[in-house]
Ligand binder design. Structure first.
Ligand SMILES: CC(C)(COP(=O)(O)OP(=O)(O)OC[C@H]1O[C@@H](n2cnc3c(N)ncnc32)[C@H](O)[C@@H]1OP(=O)(O)O)[C@@H](O)C(=O)NCCC(=O)NCCS
Length: 202
């Protein structure tokens, strides 16, 4: 993989914003119908450029967009990671991990302690099925957390990518996208914060 350059997405660079929207659209098109068209992707990218938000773009040496990540302050010391997209031909080359690490560093510098996200398990377009063992299950039967403890990745769901990035599964929202289509909640610690213990324990 050639070198990855990660910078703030420049709102004044129309061509870059457009390329970023295309990467976002293409990355999600194959796995969800969250973004109905390229205009929805453009709106998502534009939203990430509002004041107080983080919007980081990864490019190769030639300036081509490889991926993009957004983040925003949620409450107290908590930030949300949303969204994250890597151009399909560039996936599994470390771009996603590099973007998450860059966002973590920015959130930590801003005083954040927890970076959290929700990663949906909804029906993959055209298949009628999801990607984890939680899909299609009534999570209220026998308690949601019991099902969550036994989660298995059946078809390349990104929760395992986030595990590889140091996130933990911290919960689940049943039926977030329809009956049997949950949102998997994940979080990780970033930075040390003002209550850092000099012994190294937080
Ligand atoms: C999920 C996504 C951002 C990952 O980006 P990426 O650049 O391909 O990921 P990386 O190369 O940094 O992966 C790092 C590690 O995570 C794990 N990983 C990555 N994608 C994975 C997947 N789909 N399933 C399981 N593990 C995965 C692997 O361990 C990988 O290391 P390896 O390739 O050496 O085995 C990318 O696949 C994507 O844009 N998908 C479509 C949009 C999406 O699902 N976004 C997240 C929504 S919450």
């Amino acid at each position: 993989m050639s070198e990855i350059h990660i910078d703030d997405l420049d709102a004044a660079d129309d061509a870059l914003v457009e390329q970023t929207a295309r990467v976002l659209f293409e990355a999600f098109q194959a796995v969800t119908d969250w973004l109905t068209d390229i205009e929805a992707a453009r709106a998502e990218v534009r939203e990430s450029l509002e004041p107080g938000r983080l919007s980081l773009v990864a490019r190769d040496e030639a300036g081509a967009v490889l991926g993009w990540i957004g983040g925003q302050h949620e409450y107290a010391r908590v930030w949300e990671l949303h969204p994250l997209a890597v151009s399909p031909p560039q996936q599994r080359r470390g771009v996603g991990q590099a973007l998450v690490a860059a966002l973590e560093a920015r959130v930590a510098a801003l005083g954040g302690l927890t970076l959290r996200l929700g990663t949906d398990d909804e029906a993959v377009p055209g298949t009628g099925t999801g990607r984890t063992s939680l899909f299609g299950v009534d999570l209220y039967e026998g308690e949601p957390l019991k099902h969550l403890l036994g989660i298995r990745n059946l078809r390349g769901h990104p929760y395992e990518f986030y595990l590889a990035c140091g996130f933990a599964i911290v919960g689940v929202v049943p039926d977030a996208n329809g009956r049997g289509e949950p949102d998997i909640l994940m979080a990780r610690r970033v930075g040390a914060g003002i209550h850092e213990d000099p012994s190294g324990r937080v």
